[in-house]
Design a protein around this ligand. Structure first.
Ligand code: ATP
Length: 257
C-alpha cells in the first residue's frame, strides 16, 4: 500500500472551552484530490491551519513524506512545500500579477546589484510568471504587469492557484476556491484544479459546494465535531448521503479507523 504524503494523527486544538480539533486523523495520498467537507464550525479550517503551520496543535502529530514535522508558521510549512490558498486571497490588489506571484520571494538581480542593492530581476520574474500561467492554461491574461485589481474574481483565484502550483512542490491546500465565483469562473477554477492534479501535485480542497466536491474529488474526508468521521469515495455515495453524514442525520456504516 502507498504511504500518505501528508498525514496527521490525533490532532487536538482547544480554544478555551471549545475543542476545535478532537483527536483528529487525516491522510492525503500522493497525486489525489482530497475534499474536506463538514458543517459550519466542524473544525475544517482549524485542521487546515494545523497542517499548514497557521495553528500549532496542542496535541498530535503531523507527518510529511514519512517524516515528523512541527511547523511553527505558514512560512515554515511553505518552505517545506505546502502552499495554502485561503478564501480571503492574500494578494495586493494594486500590484501586478507578476509581483503578486512572487510576494515575499522576489528574484534579485545576479551579483552586486541584487545582493547588496536588492535590485529585483524583473525580466526573470515576468518570464517565470508568464510561464507558470501558461502552463496552467491561464494565458487569457494578456499582460503580466496588469494590476491584480483589474482581474475578475476567477482570474484572481487563477493567479493564486498558479502561484501555489508554482511554489508548492508537494501539497496545495485550497480553502473554498469557488465560494465567491460565478458559474463560468468556478468552472475554470475546477479545470485548473484538475490541471494541477494532472501535474502530479496532490490537493486538499475545502468546500461547501457538493456538486464541485463530487465532480473533482478522488476521496472525501467528512469532518464532524472536530474529527474525521469517515472517508468516502464519491462514486459510492450520493451527495445527500454525504450531507447526512456531515450533519449527523445519518451514520456511515464504517467509521474511520
Ligand atoms: N481563533 C479562534 N478562537 C476561538 N475559537 C475558535 C477560533 N478558531 C476557531 N474557533 C472555534 O473552533 C470551532 C471550529 O472552527 P473552524 O473554523 O475550524 O470550523 P470550520 O469547519 O472551518 O467552519 P466553517 O465551515 O464555518 O468555516 C468553532 O467552534 C469555532 O468557533
Amino acid at each position: 500500500m502507498t504511504d500518505p504524503i501528508l498525514q496527521a494523527k490525533g490532532l487536538v486544538k482547544r480554544y478555551g472551552r471549545v475543542t476545535a480539533l478532537d483527536h483528529c486523523d487525516f491522510e492525503l495520498m500522493p497525486g489525489e484530490i482530497l475534499a474536506v467537507i463538514g458543517d459550519n464550525g466542524a473544525g475544517k479550517s482549524t485542521l487546515i491551519k494545523a497542517l499548514s503551520g497557521a495553528v500549532i496543535p496542542d496535541e498530535g502529530e503531523v507527518w510529511l513524506e514519512g517524516k515528523r514535522v512541527n511547523f511553527q508558521s505558514p512560512i515554515d510549512a511553505r518552505e517545506n512545500g505546502i502552499e495554502t490558498v485561503y478564501q480571503t486571497l492574500a494578494m495586493s490588489p494594486a500590484l501586478s500579477i507578476a509581483d503578486n506571484m512572487f510576494m515575499g520571494r522576489e528574484l534579485r538581480k545576479p551579483g552586486f546589484a541584487g545582493k547588496f542593492l536588492r535590485k529585483l530581476d524583473r525580466p526573470a520574474m515576468e518570464k517565470f510568471a508568464r510561464q507558470k500561467l501558461s502552463d496552467l492554461g491561464l494565458m487569457t491574461i494578456q499582460n503580466i504587469n496588469q494590476a491584480v485589481e483589474t482581474l475578475s474574481g476567477g482570474q484572481r483565484q487563477g493567479v493564486a492557484v498558479a502561484r501555489a502550483a508554482a511554489f508548492g512542490s508537494k501539497v496545495i491546500i485550497l480553502d473554498e476556491p469557488t465560494a465567491a465565483l460565478g458559474v463560468k469562473e468556478s468552472r475554470r477554477v475546477l479545470e485548473l484544479i484538475q490541471d494541477v492534479k494532472s501535474r502530479g501535485i496532490p490537493i486538499i480542497l475545502i468546500s461547501h459546494n457538493m456538486p464541485h466536491v463530487f465532480e473533482v474529488a478522488d476521496r472525501i474526508h467528512i469532518h464532524r465535531l472536530g474529527r474525521r468521521l469517515t472517508v468516502i469515495n464519491p462514486g459510492d455515495y450520493s451527495m445527500s448521503d454525504a450531507v447526512a453524514f456531515m450533519t449527523g442525520a445519518k451514520e456511515p456504516e464504517r467509521e474511520a479507523a
